[in-house]
Write a protein of this length. Structure first.
Lengths: 503, 353, 351
């Protein structure tokens, strides 16, 4: 393969305010090679992509494309220079109101030399040429809305190819595709590789990575943590570099659960996924870990009644448990601190105490009238218990830092005793001090309930859990007691090794 | 992902900084600016207009805004859950026509007329809510469609005629019934309040409904949940709220309030007038939006809505008493609304986020 | 309103019976062409405004007279869409109608369309819209006369000097014409002092006007006369006067009338003293008759004016008139206008 790099990034730096997101990234892309970029949430992948594709400007460092300095100011400029990006959100890449042919030639309609009127026949001719070159087998007259997600993705990639790019960035292109759709995408990627395009492929899915990667680069905390080029590629090593391995830094006094609280049998949460069982006991803190997109949130939402399992049974405290709505789950004593607090947790117009009391208004009211005094008393107790930094319980949520906002969310669901408390990525966008406070509080209050955490970061799981379960491909594939962990096996499971043969 | 997390942090840092410096003056302006303006206006008109500073004037200003005020309180409920109801004006005029039809054509008494109107309001609100929640029609479009539907529907029973006692019916006969005296009293009766015959029934209805909806929204768990639904529906759902039910209820409240407005309108006019009610709609929406600016709430609220309606009433009646031509009134209304919206969106720290 | 409906029903049955006996045809033969064979004549009514009692009644008048003549009537309604109204004239031309009545509309949009109809050999009359065409007679209810009658009554009741409030919204053609008369009166009688002017068309109009009138009356408690030359205005003023408890001190003079207006005028102690009105149904009849004259080759004149009638509260009470139907019966000058009535013209039945 080509030894000389087509595209080179050297000591790239980028900050947002006081937060340094990229701290000196070096990266090379070679013609006709697929370089996979791995990185956990917050590692800086998106920022990197946005700088390369001209959305953000870099603060320091340099980028060169085929020996020339490359510093795009707009996405259009990056595209003209030969660096095209296919974004994660498939619908961003296509105009759904138009047909396939127009989409394939869309960028020409906007260029400087574009004619005011366009001839339908010419559009179709050009589109056919593009489609043939890419081996695309889609009806050019079809409207985008009638296409499957995979076909839309193909159109959006083929459209990007119309620019004859030197570098193509694919940002989690399979995140919404099925396995068979993904394999069509991989064939397309093979063709691109054969045409000598340098590809940067961003993904969490180990099966994808095994299929397409020529090289793997692991990004962690805004810097390159590992480069793997020697065949056979060291996938476990790459995962380890991405997640970091600071084992033994904090150790947890592991407790055994007392009586069983929750049990699931033959649970299937995605089409084609292997059914699995799950049992949780009172007093224990269990963490489910796994890469992004392996079904952790789907499982959390299934337990909380937001989505229904495809098959299987659940039991809670000995009784059948099959919640249809979050309201039912809450009534049964199952609480969820949802992922993305801004999106699905915080009520921005409410202050701290109003946010905390939200699920328990019935208990905090009398004949429908709110007992504000009781509400505020409860909030003050929780503020103290979780060391929330604020002036008082009437502060607006917007005045709080991310960590304190998250504490309010956790405090909300600790206000009343639960049988099963689920927390989905509770440490996202939370500083270390707040993370320790929350983890400590969770462990200290774990007493009579089962606590289930969903965590992508292995460190976080190791710091907080008594038991660690590993998820991959929408099923649970491994279980570890957090006392004498076989790290190699754990990492291999996260990397999806025992499924590699099956997939 | 990483970038947005970074920006969140940056913003909360900035917010903290802004709060410490120069917040007091601005906060005062946001909280009390509009109320001060209202008091200033009243003082101005009292000095420059004969007869403005009298209990009678106070009462008729309230009376002039009572119907739009009631509609505005209803639309506030839909604004609270993050919706909007464009059909209130035509619900009111449909209720007016229904009241007239029930009494004049069907010869029923006042109670039946009132119940028929309230039922119409509740049913229309329910249909609005169901269409919006279950058919996924955007609120503005669903209620716009309902508006047209009602404007047309109210003409069908009488083939486009207004309804008055002694009217000729489509079949050529004369309508047998008439407006019952107790129904007309809803629009014309005056209660003694320090002075004899001072406060009209419609003003009493306005005040009672304003207090009711204010208490409901501010002090009950249902009101709290409605605000949660409007502010972050997903979070409310994850906190166990039946989001759709709350939204539907909001439209039912809005429909019932609009029909109460229609009852008072019928009682005041003493007949059923064909009208689109669009002016009622616009004035009501303006009052509710002006309410955002009151006390720096930056969100729909019943107290603000009542003050907003009062503000418009004081301004328009004051200008009319000063003999200012009618065409300046819409201009003035628009100007007040623009100022209120600027108060809300530019000055308010909450919305600066 | 629409007090001719029941009569119409009877008439229809009568006509049916008549044609069965072959009597209708015999009668029709006495008339000038083309009305000797009226069933072959088709006329179109192209409307700009249609909702509201006035326009309903106008239509019923047109229908009644068309039926009396035995001609076919086609109603095209543009619902306040000026462009559509012009298209509808073209549509009527394409349909090959013999005559067109243009009811309201905008001069700008109707002028060319009306000319096209005339060029196509179609006879055209226009009601309440000036299409600036020599060949097209104008049917008018005289707004100036309306205002004059009401104001003369006000002078009669109150003498030549009083303080007045005036309800007016500029830019509406009939109101503008009524306004001219008001100005003339103020010049002629310098004792009339206009202390306040207000008005709005926000609907429901009566409700909005009532709100304004309350303010005006509070600011000017010495007002004696309110001139409200449109019945919706008058209705609103009356509500405000009642609410202010000033019914004894104020008299309202207006234009137009409806059943609801009659009951409002007849309420005990009502301040609404008099109104001047043209019967819209009569205007409708006259429109058709003027068109018929043109079709028969006669000349109805450049403009056809339907005279208004003064209706006072006293008259209504004396004759115990409760609705429009009784108004027509008891005030014949209101029910009929002897305008455009050549000998051969069949008229809708009168009672």
């Amino acid at each position: 393969m080509g030894e000389s790099a087509v595209f080179r990034i050297a000591s790239l730096r980028k900050s947002f305010g006081p937060i340094q997101v990229l701290r000196g990234v070096d990266l090379e892309l070679h013609a006709g090679e697929v370089t996979v970029l791995m990185g956990a949430n917050g590692a800086g992948k998106s920022t990197l992509v946005k700088i390369v594709s001209g959305v953000y400007r870099l603060d320091g460092g340099s980028m060169t494309l085929a020996g020339q300095s490359f510093e795009p100011v707009t996405p259009a400029e990056a595209m003209r220079s030969g660096v095209v990006t296919v974004h994660q959100n498939i619908n961003d890449g296509v105009v759904s109101a138009l047909d396939v042919a127009t989409n394939l030639t869309l960028d020409r309609l906007n260029g400087a030399g574009a004619k005011f009127f366009f001839s339908r026949r010419q559009v179709r001719r050009e589109a056919r040429a593009v489609a043939e070159r890419m081996g695309l087998d889609i009806d050019l007259r079809a409207d985008i809305v009638d296409l499957s997600l995979a076909d839309r993705q193909m159109v959006s990639i083929a459209r990007a190819m119309a620019h004859e790019p030197k570098v193509m960035i694919l940002d989690e292109p399979t995140s919404s595709l099925s396995a068979s759709e993904a394999s069509r995408l991989f064939e397309l990627i093979d063709r691109l590789r054969a045409r000598g395009v340098a590809i940067l492929y961003i993904s969490h899915r180990m099966s994808d990575i095994r299929r397409v990667a020529d090289r793997i680069v692991s990004l962690r905390d805004g810097a390159i943590a590992g480069l793997f080029e020697e065949k056979p590629l060291d996938y476990e090593g790459a995962v380890e570099a991405m997640l970091g391995r600071r084992i033994g830094r904090t150790s947890v006094a592991v407790k055994e659960g007392s009586r069983p609280v929750f049990a699931a049998e033959d649970l299937q949460i995605a089409p084609g996924a292997r059914p699995f069982g799950l049992s949780l006991a009172a007093g224990e803190v269990v963490a489910v870990t796994g890469l992004v997109g392996v079904g952790k949130t789907a499982l959390a939402e299934t337990l909380f009644g937001i989505r229904q399992p495809l098959s299987g049974r659940m039991r809670l405290g000995g009784a059948e448990y099959r919640p249809k709505t979050p309201a039912e789950a809450i009534r049964s004593g199952v609480f969820l601190v949802a992922k993305d607090r801004a999106d699905s947790g915080i009520v921005p117009e409410f202050n701290i105490y109003e946010n905390m009391s939200l699920p328990f208004l019935k208990r905090l009211s009398h004949l429908g009238i709110m007992r504000r005094r009781a509400e505020r008393r409860l909030a003050r107790r929780q503020i103290e218990g979780l060391k929330i930094v604020c002036r008082n319980e009437r502060d607006d949520m917007s005045m709080l830092s991310g960590g304190n906002q998250q504490k309010v969310m956790v405090a909300r669901w600790l206000s009343y005793p639960a049988d099963l408390l689920i927390l989905d990525e509770p440490f996202q966008g939370v500083d270390i001090a707040a993370r320790h406070d929350i983890a400590a509080k969770l462990r200290a209050s774990a007493g009579e309930r089962a606590t289930l955490l969903f965590l992508t970061e292995l460190d976080e799981a190791l710091e907080t859990a008594d038991r660690i379960l590993v998820m991959s491909e929408h099923t649970i594939i491994g279980e570890h007691r957090n006392a004498d962990i076989d790290m190699d096996r754990l990492l291999a499971e996260v990397a999806g090794r025992d499924l590699a043969g099956a997939a | 992902m990483d970038a947005t997390a970074g920006k969140d942090k940056e913003k909360s840092v900035l917010d903290g900084g802004a709060r410490k410096t120069g917040m007091n003056m601005r906060d005062l302006a946001i909280r009390y600016g509009f109320l001060t303006l209202l008091v200033g206006l009243i003082v101005f008109f009292s000095f420059f207009t004969r007869g403005f500073a009298s209990p009678q004037a106070a009462v008729f200003i309230l009376q002039s805004v009572s119907i739009t005020g009631i509609l505005a309180l209803g639309v506030t409920a839909t604004l609270v859950v993050g919706g909007f109801d464009l059909s209130i004006g035509s619900i009111a005029t449909s209720a007016m026509m229904a009241a007239a039809y029930v009494m004049v054509v069907m010869e029923q008494n006042a109670l039946v007329a009132v119940i028929a109107c309230l039922a119409i309001g509740a049913i229309v609100g329910l249909i609005n809510g169901l269409i919006i929640c279950y058919m996924r029609v955007p609120d503005l479009l669903a209620t716009l469609g309902m508006m047209f539907l009602l404007i047309g529907l109210q003409r069908i029973p009488t083939e486009g005629r207004s309804i008055a006692a002694g009217m000729t019916l489509p079949d050529g006969s004369t309508a047998p019934g008439q407006f019952s005296a107790s129904f007309l009293a809803l629009g014309r009766h005056r209660f003694d309040f320090f002075l004899p015959n001072l406060v009209p029934a419609s003003v009493v209805v306005l005040i009672v409904l304003a207090i009711l909806i204010w208490f409901f929204l501010e002090y009950t768990r249902f009101g709290r949940m409605m605000y949660a639904v409007g502010s972050n529906a997903r979070a409310a759902e994850f906190a166990g709220a039946p989001v759709k039910a709350y939204k539907i209820w909001a439209y039912v409240i809005s429909g019932i309030f609009a029909s109460i407005g229609g009852i008072l309108l019928a009682a005041r006019l003493g007949r059923g007038d064909i009208a689109s009610g669009n002016n009622l709609l616009l004035d009501a929406v303006a009052a509710a939006l002006i309410g955002f600016a009151v006390l720096g709430a930056a969100k729909p609220n019943a107290f603000g809505t009542a003050i907003g309606a009062l503000f418009v009433g004081v301004l328009l009646q004051g200008l009319t008493m000063m003999n200012v031509p009618y065409y300046t009134q819409d201009f003035v209304k628009g100007a007040v609304l623009m100022i209120a919206l600027m108060f809300t969106f530019a000055l308010s720290a909450r919305n600066a986020r | 309103m629409n007090f001719n409906r029941r009569i119409l029903g009877k008439l229809a049955i009568g006509l049916l019976g008549a044609s069965m006996l072959g009597q209708g045809a015999a009668m029709a033969q006495d008339r000038p062409a083309p009305f000797d064979k009226p069933e072959e004549v088709e006329i179109a009514l192209v409307r700009y405004l249609s909702t509201g009692d006035f326009f309903q009644a106008y239509l019923s008048g047109v229908e009644a007279q068309a039926k009396a003549l035995g001609v076919n009537l086609r109603v095209l309604d543009s619902r306040q869409d000026a462009a559509l109204q012009a298209d509808m004239v073209d549509q009527a031309i394409a349909l090959g109608v013999d005559g067109i009545i243009i009811q309201h509309g905008l001069t700008e949009s109707m002028k060319a369309a009306a000319q096209r109809a005339v060029d196509a050999g179609i006879k055209v009359v226009a009601f309440d819209v000036n299409v600036e065409n020599e060949a097209i007679p104008q049917i008018e209810q005289s707004d100036r006369d309306l205002a004059r009658l009401a104001l003369e009554q006000a002078i009669k009741d109150n003498g030549e000097s009083w303080k007045a409030a005036y309800v007016y919204v500029a830019g509406i053609a009939p109101l503008d014409r009524r306004d001219e008369t008001w100005r003339e009166f103020k010049e002629k009688y310098p004792g009339i002092e206009e202390v306040a002017q207000f008005g709005t068309l926000d609907n429901p109009i009566a409700n909005s006007v009532a709100n304004q009138a309350r303010s005006v009356l509070t600011a000017n408690p010495d007002i004696q006369v309110v001139f409200a030359p449109y019945d919706e205005f008058a209705k609103g003023v009356k509500i405000a006067v009642d609410e202010a408890g000033m019914s004894d001190a104020i008299k309202i003079y207006s234009a137009d009338i409806s059943t609801a207006d009659i009951s409002a005028m007849r309420e005990p102690g009502s301040a609404w003293a008099a109104t001047a009105a043209t019967n819209p149904a009569v205007v409708g009849e006259v429109s058709v008759r003027a068109l018929a004259l043109l079709l028969a080759g006669e000349d109805p004149g450049r403009s056809v004016i339907v005279p208004p009638t003064l209706i006072t509260q006293a008259e209504l009470n004396e004759q115990d008139i409760k609705n429009m139907e009784e108004l027509g019966q008891k005030l014949p000058q209101f029910a009929h206008a002897d305008v455009v009535v050549p000998d051969w013209m069949p008229l809708p039945p009168r009672d």
